[in-house]
Design a protein around this ligand. Sequence first.
Ligand code: FAD
Ligand code: UQ1
Length: 416
Amino acid sequence: KHECQVLIVGGGSGGCALAAKLSSKLGKKKVTVVEPAEEHYYQPMFTLIGGGMKRLEQSYKPMAEVLPKNINWIKSSAVEFDPKNNSVKTAHGTNIKYDMLLLATGLQLNYDKIPGLIEALSIPNGKVCSNYSPKYVDRTYACLQNIQEGNAIFTFPASPVKCPGAPQKIVYIAEHYFRKLNKRDKIKITYNTSLPVIFGVKHYADALWKVVKKRNINVNLRRNLIEVRPRDDIAVFQDLDKPEQIFEEKYAMLHVTPPMSAPTVLAQCKELVNDTGFVDVDKTTLQHLKYKNVFAIGDCSASPNSKTAASAAAQSPVVYRNMIAAIKGKELKSSYDGYASCPLVTGYSSCILAEFDYDLKPLETFPIAQNKERYSMFFLKKALMPTLYWKLMMNGYWNGPALMRNALSLLKFGKK
Ligand code: FAD
Ligand code: UQ1
């Protein structure tokens, strides 16, 4: 048995940021975090690791170092939620009673949903890779190095994903890598996406179509990976608009973005989630629609924003202020505008920094045209963001770029 004022389930990007904010306000041992992982990964670095620009060891720190010192850390997973009785049960059998609950479990990678995929990802030095898991990300750069000719195929699944730009960032990085190694003309590059668009925000989609045309990358929309046959190096795709249309494609390398979902243990608690399995919160206050002492942050929330660490950062002051208001029995005044950001890395020295809100309208920080490939945005992504994440966000000091945007907006004279 364990009792606490605030219980946070999940110590990833959102959970850890809020643990820092809430514990420094509420005092020693008022906040408990349930988190089973030994390591805390900075996942946005996985794209660069896949491209050989960073090493896996640079992307993580021990969870014990990242979580604030003045909390209770219960090193286990939550397995049962009972919001009527304000309690959560862990895999080790601890029953935790809380006054306030913050759900921050992230989402679940479902590699097992594609027949043959796990087998393919288990073959040593194989042709199938995936930036989405620390278990598989090192395979990506090996694939880029090993392929000499043939088809390089990249996928985007038929499910919500975290960082919706990441499945295509690695396409651009690969294309650039093949050119640098003088093998580009022997490799056909194809990006098969389940989506009906290349990117959800038209302002950036227009720019990305120019990039794929210029660089001779084939893009197939509404095309979903349904099977991998590693023995024959065949990937099987389905046309989502004409399900009877099946394509069997031979690959020399295959980069898979797996289907994702809300974590099963959360989705099983029908009281907490909507019919998609994600936590049913108000999209502006981030408070649960039924249980007023429950909030959500990050990828496990059903708020209809793109799921990125940048979104969790922008949500963090809103969740913090509204949780404190709820503790005090006051009205919730802070609201989230759906801000999400996706640094669309387009090679070894360029990036389009997409930033937008709930209405899929650009909401940009810098007083320059951001729908262009730029070195400055690449530098921000590669050199500045990791420090900002570890030093500021993980200590509760990064609230997203809204402040910076407002200050810089004074300079936006020439920009539409
Ligand atoms: P996470 O950070 O994933 O943390 C969830 C935590 O909950 C984990 O520590 C997990 O162990 C724990 N947990 C899960 N289940 C339970 C349970 N039952 N009980 C207790 N704990 C549990 N975002 C950007 O902003 N910019 C980018 O450029 C970017 N690029 C990305 C590239 C890749 C390849 C990937 C994979 C992600 C990228 N992201 C990017 C997305 C970003 O990493 C996530 O959106 C962000 O980490 C979400 O934070 P979170 O706290 O919701 O979940
Ligand atoms: C951001 O806030 C964030 O979360 C910490 C990211 O994830 C690593 C990002 O990639 C980006 C781009 C932002 C937004 C920050 C600025 C300065 C525009």
